[in-house]
Design a protein around this ligand. Structure first.
Ligand code: BES
Ligand code: ZN
Ligand code: ZN
Length: 496
């Protein structure tokens, strides 16, 4: 969606009016509205037909021309930027053929943060995954939106809208990757998309470690998970501003392009949803795009661990013991706990090959996390309480909730008491399954420094099994992949 910011009252296409509860007239701020439409709007407001309840919408067609969509903001006293973001998203969600392909939004507020948030909500929600629809749907004609504001606010708002559009582009890229069907989204297809993407930015590089190289380098976790598929695994490394020196964030993503469970095969119902099992890698890719598009000028590295988890005669077996990049061994007790295997190599690489200020991994890691938090919040673990709080706060700032979860020594003990290997990929029982998975990952976060000074690299794990897809209460998403945490990461990394 194209959003332009202009001063004045010109109305193109459908007029969108955000309205607080209790508003009984739109007053004098809406000069350009055709008379009959203006009268109709005032009538539905004064007669209470449109109450302004948050995210409600009503469409009116003027008898002498003009169309309007009223969008509720709820009670004025409760309104925050989040109210405006949701209302913007609700306006786009309510768009029908009758509204045409142009919106003009007139605000009663002059608060630029609120107006920018409304535009952001519109852009985030303006997404459909229709790559595989052969029929062009008129309702989907590209929307362009004009935001009317004061002359003095045009520059500030224009810059805010441009930044929000760049970040929304990263969110939409993540959704595109997540929604792509698994016959077309396989490890090397993801890698090729990354390589093609990198060509548009001079300050970005993408390196692909292919299957043979991964074997040679000792990436035993990635290789074990991916070897059972005809479509072999790979690791993709994204670097933004690689010429900068000094500590920088490293993001790591689980990229299982399809998770059948492997030999420990999953039941058939809903197995199709396991195409989203590369959501972590999509979060990393989308974040790199958002950062590049806003012109972020410091170094950031992203590592995605791509594999397809299939049962076959080449597949790993329950009972296998594998040696990971770290040199640590894992007893594979269940091939469906594969995310942690590929991440063991990604985390180790992140902490050893780079000057990581911190590592954050994203993974649709456990069904147990969905049991704990539903589709409402990501599980968040960290070896540093302050860092965990920073991520939690960044998530709250953009309404992508990440809920603090415990990294308890007892869970680490449970995951390291294999009789024959350094670690085991399955807990002793099913209880606390999201926590045991996090405790397992911690074993593969390297330490930095010598002797008594040795300290594990600052690391956080985000289990997005519930939040990467299936979100029903998120106004900015229609259906399918959510693209969650691209915005959290931009907030964390840039501080804005
Ligand atoms: N990809 C799944 C986790 C998942 C489940 C993501 C539901 C999204 C929705 C993961 O690889 C998996 O299968 N985990 C197992 C782990 C178990 C075998 C220890 C699980 O959660 O059941
Ligand atoms: Zn699995
Ligand atoms: Zn999985």
């Amino acid at each position: 969606m194209q959003v332009t910011v202009s001063s004045g009252n010109n109305i193109y296409g459908t007029l969108v009016l955000p309205i607080f509860e209790g508003t009984d007239t739109i007053g004098a701020t809406n000069e350009g509205i055709p008379n009959s439409l203006n009268a109709q709007i005032n009538r539905v407001l004064s007669e209470g037909d449109f109450k302004g309840k948050a995210n409600s919408t009503m469409t009116l067609l003027g008898t002498d021309g003009g169309k309007a969509m009223l969008v509720g903001l709820g009670k004025e006293a409760d309104a925050t930027v989040h109210t405006y973001r949701d209302a913007g998203a609700s306006a786009v969600a309510a768009r029908k053929k009758v509204h045409g392909s142009e919106f003009t939004v007139n605000f009663s507020t002059k608060d630029t943060a609120a107006i920018a948030a409304f535009a952001e909500g519109m852009m985030l929600r303006d997404y459909d995954y229709d790559e595989y629809k052969s029929k062009d749907d008129d309702d989907d004609a590209d929307l362009s939106t004009r935001i009317n504001c004061n002359e003095s606010d045009v520059e500030t708002l224009g810059a805010a809208v441009e930044r929000a559009a760049a970040i929304a582009g990263g969110v939409h890229l993540s959704r595109d990757l997540g929604n792509c069907p698994p016959n077309d989204m396989y490890p090397m297809a993801f890698a090729e998309k990354a390589e093609a993407w990198a060509k548009q930015y001079s300050n970005v590089t993408v390196e692909v470690i292919e299957y043979e190289a991964a074997k040679r380098l000792g990436m035993g976790g990635l290789v074990a998970v991916g070897m059972g598929s005809a479509r072999k695994p790979c690791m993709v490394i994204f670097t933004l501003n690689g010429d900068q020196s000094g500590p920088h964030p490293v993001l790591v993503g689980k990229g299982i392009t399809f998770d059948t469970g492997g030999i420990s095969i999953k039941p058939s119902p809903s197995m199709d949803e396991m195409k989203y099992d590369m959501g972590g890698s999509a979060t990393v890719f989308g974040t790199m795009e958002a950062l590049a598009a806003i012109g972020y000028d410091k170094k950031v590295v992203g590592i995605t661990c791509m594999a397809e988890n299939m049962p076959s005669s080449n597949a790993q077996r329950p009972g296998d013991v594998i040696t990971t990049l770290s040199g640590k061994t894992i007893e594979v007790l269940n091939t469906d706990a594969e995310g942690r295997l590929v991440l063991s190599d990604g985390l180790w690489k992140a902490g050893t090959d780079f000057d990581a200020e911190y590592i954050v991994d994203f993974a649709t890691l456990t069904g147990a996390c969905v049991v704990a938090l539903g589709h409402e919040a990501t599980g968040l673990w960290s070896n540093d309480d302050d860092f965990r709080t920073r991520i939690h706060d960044a998530g709250n700032d953009v309404v992508e909730l990440a809920w603090p979860m415990p990294l308890l020594p007892a869970f680490e003990k449970e995951m390291t008491d294999s009789k024959i290997a350094d670690t085991r990929n399955l807990g002793a029982g099913r209880w606390g399954g999201a926590n045991t998975a996090a405790a397992f990952l911690k074993q593969f976060v390297p330490e930095k420094g010598e002797g008594d000074d040795a300290k594990q690299v600052t690391w956080a794990h985000m289990d997005i099994a519930g939040t990467y897809w299936g979100a029903k209460t998120n106004k900015t998403v229609g259906h399918g992949a959510t693209g969650v945490h691209v915005r959290t990461m931009v907030r964390l990394i840039t501080g804005e």
